[in-house]
Each structure stands twice: as C-alpha cells, then as structure tokens.
Design a protein around this ligand. Structure first.
Ligand code: ATP
Ligand code: AMO
Length: 428
C-alpha cells in the first residue's frame, strides 16, 4: 500500500478520484449507520465519512471501532460535498490499521491545555501532536532555517565543536562531569574557546548546537540542555556583533510573521520588526534603578525584579557590564578597566543572548585566568593557539529556546524544546 496524496493535495475538483491516504485518527464519531473520522497527516486533516450503503459494512464497522491516535491508511473515493468544511470528503473502500491504540492517552489530541505539564511530558510525542505545540515547533524550524540562511548569505562557515571537553569556560554555570575513558571530562557549557580559535582559520563562524548546564533551580527559563546559536567573527568588536543580532532578530520575526500569515489560528503575539534595538549601558540602568527606589549598587547583577521597576520592554541591549563577574575571555573597555566590552540582549526581563569583544593576546588571557584563580596549565591547549597570532574577534551566544519563547509567546521553556532536560527530568 502506497500513499497517493497528502491531505493538502486533494480538493473538491477531484470528485470521483480514488486516493490512498495515510495518517493518524484525530477524532471519531458515529451515529448508528454513519461514522465520521478525521484523519490527520503532516499537512492537514481529511474527513472520512463511512455511511451505510456508500461503503462496505465491514469497513464501516471497522472505522466506527477506531480509536484516536491509531495510525491508518484509507483507500477511498473523493466526493465533493458542501457539508464538509474542505468542500469534499473521502468515502472509504478499504481500511488498513497499521498500529492500534493500546491505551487511552491521558488527554485528547484536540485539547488546548492540559493542567499538569508532567502528564504531557510523559507522553511527549503524543503531546507534540497538539495544535499549540505543532505551531511552536514548526515555527522553531522556520526560524532556524531563516537564521542558517542569514549566516549562509553572510558567508559564515558552520562549525561543530566538541561537546566532551576538558575544562569549564563559563565561570558561573555548573558543569556536568562525565567519564572519558579513564579521565574526568565535562559536557560543554558553550563552544566558546573552540569558536574563538576557529576565527583564526575561517574568520566568520557559527554553530547551532546543545550546551549543557547543571542548573540547580527549577524555573521556566532554564534547561539543563539547551540549544545555543553561537557566532564568532574576526576583526570586529561587540558593537558589530550587536548589529548582527539585530539582523538575526529581524529575519526571525519575519519567519514567524510568514508562518502566522498562513496559520492565523496560531495565536502568536504580534511582534513588530524593530528598526534598531535600543542599547542602554549598565551604568545608565543602575542609575535608573536607584532613582526608581531599587536597593542596588554598581557591580550588582541586574535582577528581573529591578528591571521591572524601570519598565523596559521588548528587545533591548544592556551594554558595558562590570568586568569582574564576566568570564576570563571578555575584553575590558579601553576607557575604563573595570568595565567590559560586553552586552546582553534582553526581551523584557528575559536574557536572550550575551556577547562580547574577546581578549586576543595570550599574556592578557593568562593574566585574567590567574586573577580568577584558574589553573592556566589546564588551558594550555587553548592558550597555545594564541602563540600564533589570534585576530581580534567578538561574538555571542543566543539561547534558541528562549528566543522561541519570546517569538511564540510561550511561558515555559519546556515547550520550546522537544524533550526537556531539567533537575527533575532525564526521560523520556
Ligand atoms: P547566565 O547567562 O549568566 O548564566 P542566566 O541566563 O541563567 O545567566 P537569566 O536567566 O537571565 O540568567 O537570569 C537572570 C536572573 O534572573 C538570575 O538572577 C536568576 O536567578 C533570575 N531568574 C531566573 N529565572 C527566573 C524567573 N523565572 N523569574 C524571575 N527571575 C528569574
Ligand atoms: P551565556 O552563559 O549568557 O553566554 O549563554 C548564552 C545564552 O544561552 C542561553 N542559555 C540558556 N538557555 C536555557 N537554559 C539554560 N540553562 C541556559 N543557559 C544559557 C541564554 C543565554 O543568554 N559563551 C557565552 C556566549 C558568548 O559570549 O559568545 C555564553 O555561554 O539565552
């Protein structure tokens, strides 16, 4: 049995044509002598109508016994019908059930919300059949494509760097230790050092890959395994990277807008494409927070509660952060050694990206490591590259799941990743 058509390849002008369609049962209803099934394939829905007299009794009985989610094939004839929402229905002549449903799923595929997210995550592939999540993940795929296209058009080389590594790069974030033969190793928190090195070889590189962070807390914005969109570029500084991010945000929003045009039922928030993304210095925001009555001083992190006090919304950059808490590879500002050439991209109080100009001189890098109490021996594999003249460079990492949260108005980061990993969850 071979599929002859996807749902969107059939229309009412094909009245009388025999088709073979495949998919899974979305809904099933029966009234005595007539059964209605909705068959869903990846492109849409088909109405199957099995009426006594129109289709063999044996088939009609089998159809009336179908359960939602079963995967089936139907051979049938297209019948133009004004009653059907699509203008036609399929009158079955043959039915094949590939695999029947053994268990009643804990929720209907058509429900909009399910109270407990764990109920959903336990049966994730079934959960992902629901419209809400279909919209999110199809959009995610289009956004990724638009970003890859952007990098391609700008002549960036796509790289893949090791995920089993010897040393930490992001001071604050906790590592997952692993056994690597007889040595201790870690899952990579970031492609940071490798992407920097590769600017020596390719100048402009990007990577879209998992990063691993042993986040101890349960929040709606942290995962233990997330996808980071990393870029790194030679002979530029952090302001050029912010310009790139502006472009990336623009192509992402326009990918979402295209999706929404074709899928108005997605109910995504309307996000205007910004002309420019405003840039505020850290100093300026601390000042405003203090004026708004926040108890905070220079050097503190900018906490969400304080950001709320000064009412910034939409996309904006926070630039020129204090140097001290920044990772060792971040360059200090020419005008003030206590400040760094760095930025965060924010959406409201959610951090979407951080980036910076990097140190390109071996001595400076080693010095910064020592000041942070790090063992430079362990990083010799990285420092060695700097003996050969690393170009000045800058870059950033953008959290894909957080970006998709913003673009689709999703509250919980677990619903912008297929199989979330967090403190409590390692399966499915
Ligand atoms: P880094 O990139 O430095 O590792 P991060 O990306 O984890 O940090 P954010 O997620 O932006 O940082 O968090 C910044 C601050 O917001 C932290 O102090 C964090 O504890 C707090 N925070 C995290 N999640 C939430 C939440 N759901 N609601 C309110 N505050 C939160
Ligand atoms: P940072 O640690 O800020 O920077 O991470 C970059 C971006 O990755 C996302 N992110 C996360 N998303 C979900 N769950 C997590 N646990 C998580 N951790 C991070 C955020 C964050 O803004 N090497 C630097 C980047 C650079 O300078 O190029 C870095 O890793 O959206």
């Amino acid at each position: 049995l071979r599929r002859s058509h996807y749902s969107d390849e059939i229309n009412s002008s094909m009245d009388g044509t025999s088709v073979t369609v495949m998919g899974w049962v979305l809904t099933i209803r029966g009234h005595g002598n007539i059964s209605f099934a909705t068959l869903r394939d990846k492109n849409g829905d088909l109405s199957i109508v099995a009426k006594k007299g129109d289709c063999p009794d044996a088939i009609r009985e089998k159809i009336s016994a179908l359960k939602a989610h079963s995967s089936i094939a139907i051979v049938g004839n297209v019948k133009a019908s004004e009653k059907a929402p699509s203008g036609y229905e399929i009158i079955p002549t043959e039915l094949r059930v590939f695999s029947d449903v053994e268990k009643i799923p804990p929720f209907e595929p058509t429900v909009k919300t399910v109270k407990n997210i764990d109920t959903r995550l336990e049966v994730r592939p079934i959960d992902l059949r629901r419209d809400v999540l279909q919209h999110i993940f199809k959009t995610r795929s289009l956004v990724l494509k638009s970003i890859r296209d952007y990098f391609g058009n700008q002549n960036f080389v796509e790289i893949n760097t090791p995920k089993m590594i010897a040393t930490a790069t992001e001071g604050g974030a906790a590592l997952f230790p692993i056994f690597y033969y007889n040595k201790e190793a870690f899952l990579a928190q970031s492609p940071q050092l490798y992407k920097e090195q590769l600017t020596m070889s390719f100048e402009k590189v990007f990577e879209i890959a998992p990063i691993f962070r042993a986040e101890p807390s349960r929040t709606n914005r942290h995962l233990a395994e997330a996808i980071s969109i990393d870029l790194e570029e030679a002979f530029v500084d952090y302001t050029d990277v912010m310009n790139r991010i502006e472009e990336i945000i623009k192509v992402s929003i326009s990918a979402v807008n295209d999706y929404v045009k074709d899928n108005p039922d997605s109910e995504f928030p309307t996000i205007q494409i910004p002309d420019i993304i405003p840039r505020y210095t850290y100093d300026d925001l601390i000042d405003r927070m203090q004026k708004a009555g926040a108890k905070t001083e220079w050097g503190d992190d900018l906490y969400p509660s304080n950001l709320k006090k000064i009412g910034l919304d939409g996309f904006y950059f926070i630039t020129d952060w204090p140097l001290a808490p920044k990772p060792f590879y971040v360059k200090d500002s020419k005008s003030n050694p206590k400040v760094s050439e760095s930025f965060d991209l924010m959406y409201g109080d959610l951090e979407l990206s951080s980036g910076s100009t990097r140190i390109e001189k071996r001595d400076e890098l080693a010095e910064r490591m020592k000041n942070k109490g790090m063992k430079t021996d362990a990083f010799e594999y990285h420092l060695a590259a700097f003996d050969y003249g690393v170009p000045p460079h800058a870059g950033c990492g953008i959290g894909l799941e957080r970006l998709i949260m913003v673009l689709t108005g999703t509250e919980n980061i677990r619903d912008t990743t297929f199989y979330p990993r967090d403190v409590d969850r390692l399966t499915p």
